[in-house]
Write a new protein. Sequence first.
Length: 421
Amino acid sequence: MKKRILIIGAGISGLSIARFLADMAEVVVLEKAEKAGGLIKCDLIAGNLFHKVGGHVFNAKNETISEWFWSQFDRDQEFIKAKRNAKILFNNKLIGYPIENYLYEFDKETVQHVIADLLQIQSATPKAPFEYENFEAFLVGSFGATLYNLYFKPYNQKIWNTDLSKVALEWLEGKLPMPDIKEIILSNVMKEEEAQMVHSTFYYPRRGGSQFIANRLAKNSNIKTSSPVNGIRKQAGNIVVNSTYTADAIIYTGDVRKLHKMIKIEDADLQQALLDVTMLKSNGTSNLFCECDENELSWLYIPENFTSAHRIIYTGNFSPDNNQGSSRKTCVVEFSGKVSFEEMQLEIKKLPGNLTPLHHNYEPNSYVIQEKDTRHKIARLKMQLEKHQIYLTGRFAEWEYYNMDKALEASLNLARHITAI
Ligand SMILES: Cc1cc2nc3c(=O)[nH]c(=O)nc-3n(C[C@H](O)[C@H](O)[C@H](O)COP(=O)(O)OP(=O)(O)OC[C@H]3O[C@@H](n4cnc5c(N)ncnc54)[C@H](O)[C@@H]3O)c2cc1C
């Protein structure tokens, strides 16, 4: 008899693990929303494609994940390969990204300060990124106080909305290119882009944006949408979900902080581990979908405080198909936290590109904030849950700063673990 596995959540984590386990188990996916996708969901707004959160593009360094992903799609026919063209809006000017490679675009005095900082860093004992105490110490220690105060502090504080000295460093791994002073000097002297840049090129679906990815991965799986899970208990060795579904194992991909209200299993250690994660911190984002003037950009970062918006994602430039309903291009303006439609409309008047609002969305869970003991708490909880055949995978289930490729990797690793049991 095949194992019955119930997956909670049809974001990329739930959809992919459903596929990884399809041959060895009878799999059902329960999704509370009306359609699959989670954070990568897109809607059509009068013919234009709206990424409700961010503007998802795909890249995978891990070869197994890359191979698996491209076995699900026809890369040449269904995707566009694009070059990243990101800029930073600073003093009403567009500066190249990453900022440290474009110092020549700043005034002489600023550059002198930055060079003095970098020389000082170079003459000190070298430190590996993870030897720093926290995110703030890492940024100051790697780029110097001038660049930190000019860009890294204001930009990151806008996004994270939290004290950067409380943010742990583990999440950085593979997310940001680690600064190398020789590379910085070389890029500035030769005016060449750094080949190591995360997402220096990326893939994007020709049609349907990241919703296309979700829909393809959902194909042939048994997904029940509009099915929120609110109760998990044990009965005669089985796991019973919502008093309706019976399973041998559960894979949870939703917000781990909500599990303690869902799981009704008498196990003091498990209940304590569930309680320990209820205080984890996260940030939401508000997105304003807009029409904009033509430009060549993919992302525009906005560190300065003249506006509360922190970035514009030019999703209309990712694929021409994304602007079907408009004679202009479309983009998404991103704000940290919950910002009203009225406030966002006022804010975009301060931004370049003659932005005209089309639609908006608030996503309460976008960014996980990792603190020093977060990974330890999640590891302890996973151990307690596994005693009851309950497993976690995904950005908010594991409280990891996963991009899609990392979420896929985590799902594959969990599928292998479950298959081996
Ligand atoms: C602003 C932003 C930009 C990003 N840009 C990129 C990018 O360009 N490229 C990239 O690779 N990654 C990007 N990411 C990361 C990417 O979005 C995530 O890695 C990925 O979507 C996480 O998928 P997930 O399945 O783990 O979680 P989610 O997408 O959150 O899925 C969880 C699912 O579980 C469902 N669920 C929760 N609770 C329940 C319940 N009780 N019952 C039933 N269903 C439930 C939810 O409705 C949801 O559908 C970005 C993220 C953000 C926030």
